[in-house]
Design a binder for this molecule. Structure first.
Ligand SMILES: [Zn+2]
Length: 477
């Protein structure tokens, strides 16, 4: 049997198969025309660019950062630029510079920088991992919005690091808070297996971590759907991604050792993860409590001008916390013990709580204001959908068994992380995360965003999250 039920490397066949799945958006026909997952795919870049309409008599804007990257012992970026020039492209490099944290972040200054490099009839090639891809993508998107010109946009993915490459959204820092902006698809994705194999091990482990998020985000999405808090729910994402724990367990060793087949499998499931979001028109399938927790940690780092940890590695640790949360909730929750009238805190109370809590990390009040603007929509909706919560309490047994199927035991996640060589403790992240920050993120994650997760439900029900955190932390300190 094939490893993947739907293989994004199968071209037209892949798209024909997935458009039959329930939840597939009727009007989206092959939004990404080419996806290559091959040895030496890099040397097909010219062919791919031309196949999506790039013209050689206009500039080819190559977006990259200054991180040195090696492929089979050679400088990857030099190799790409030399190949493009040999093939006759008018290469114009848009270098993304680091900020005071020493990193490049997806923010409006970088996005505008890309946009300012674009001109009539040009095409764009992003060479990088998630951040560079998101910046380039959104620069193209804004240029398209302003000029009506949809520039050919191709991505060379340089690491199996995050599920961003096939996404039509861009997670962007707005006033320090990470927000997901609507953006556009790339026209083509090039996964050169030698490049992915030779990427830093911590980035590859991050890609595994970013995918493991589904064991929190899928049950969160289902929960929000049942509570009347999310109308976008479908089973498309679940079908696309398939039996992830099994696939990753089968390939974890190969991913760690750089076996080409396993490198390709990881690249493909990462592509499927991105498509699961894009085709559902929401990041919700791949981003639940664990991602919000990670966003709070990023927010703290942004405020301190400190470097961010590898996204997926941080998400993996937050996923462990999230699956523990599910485990405890699914074993201990008793719907008969819920005091309904206590589950609906007032707007004033929650606004004060957000101002106080986020004021601790950002005394300027900007972060709190940004969080409240989003959170208040969720709180209003929660009040308006009380009937669905009451129905959930009555139908708890069936909802519980569905949630049990969607989540996973933290031990399985730990095992996958262990074999792939990913960090298993907050102290192993680079830079490490101290308990104070992790605890703040765990307790306040839900106050940041309008999306409902199990974290919200626990807050509304007055669950003892402090004690829960004290049980989780020592395992992964
Ligand atoms: Zn992610």
């Amino acid at each position: 049997m094939k490893t993947l039920a739907y293989d994004p490397g199968d071209g037209v066949e892949f798209w024909e198969a997935i458009r039959k799945l329930p939840g597939y958006p009727a009007n989206e026909h092959m939004p990404i025309r080419v996806m290559l997952f091959e040895s030496n795919a890099l040397f097909r870049t010219t062919e791919v660019l031309q196949s999506v309409g790039a013209e050689q008599n206009a500039p080819l804007v190559v977006v990259m950062d200054e991180t040195p990257m090696l492929r089979a012992g050679k400088d990857l970026k030099e190799l790409i630029l030399a190949t493009l020039e040999k093939d006759g492209w008018q290469v114009q490099v848009a270098w993304m510079r680091t900020d005071e944290s020493g990193q490049v972040h997806t923010d409006m200054p970088h996005i505008r920088e890309v946009q300012s490099n674009l001109s009539h009839s040009c095409s764009v090639l992003a060479v990088g991992s998630g951040v560079v891809t998101d910046i380039a993508k959104h620069g193209c998107f804004l240029y398209g919005q302003e000029t009506g010109e949809n520039v050919p946009f191709v991505v060379i993915q340089t690491a199996n690091s995050v599920s961003a490459f096939t996404s039509n959204m861009s997670p962007t820092f707005v006033d320090g808070v990470k927000r997901t902006l609507d953006s556009r698809y790339p026209d083509a994705l090039i996964c050169d297996l030698e490049t992915l194999r030779d990427a830093p091990a911590e980035m590859t482990a991050g890609g595994v971590g970013d995918m493991l998020a589904i064991f929190v985000s899928f049950p969160d999405w289902y929960l929000a759907h049942r509570l009347g808090m999310d109308s976008t729910y479908s089973e498309l994402a679940k079908n696309l991604v398939g039996p992830l724990a099994k696939i990753l367990l089968d390939h974890a060793e190969g991913i760690r050792s750089g076996d080409m087949e396993s490198v390709a499998v990881l690249a493909k499931i990462i592509a499927l993860g991105g498509l699961a979001m894009s085709l559902s028109h929401a990041t919700t399938p791949m981003s639940g409590f664990e991602h919000v927790m990670s966003h709070v940690l990023d927010l703290q780092a942004e405020i301190d001008h400190a470097p961010l940890t590898v996204h997926g590695a941080q998400v993996a640790l937050a996923t462990l916390a999230g699956t523990h949360m599910y485990q405890q909730f699914l074993s201990d929750f008793d719907p008969r013990a819920v005091k309904l009238e206590d589950c609906y805190p007032s707007m004033d109370l929650m606004q004060r709580r957000i101002e106080e809590n986020f004021g601790q990390i950002d005394p300027s009040g900007k972060a709190a204001a940004e969080c409240w603007a989003d959170y208040r929509q969720k709180l209003e909706k929660w009040h308006a959908h009380r009937a669905e919560f009451e129905a959930m309490l009555k139908d708890w047994d069936s909802i519980r068994s569905q949630l049990l199927q969607e989540t996973s035991s933290p031990d399985v996640i730990l095992r996958i992380l262990e074999i792939t060589g990913a960090p298993l403790r907050w102290s192993q992240l680079k830079p490490p995360i101290a308990e104070e920050q992790a605890r703040f993120a765990f307790l306040n994650a839900s106050l940041m965003r309008k999306r409902l997760t199990l974290g919200d439900l626990l807050i509304f029900m007055g669950w003892d999250r402090e004690t829960l955190w004290q049980e989780i932390w020592p395992r992964y300190a």
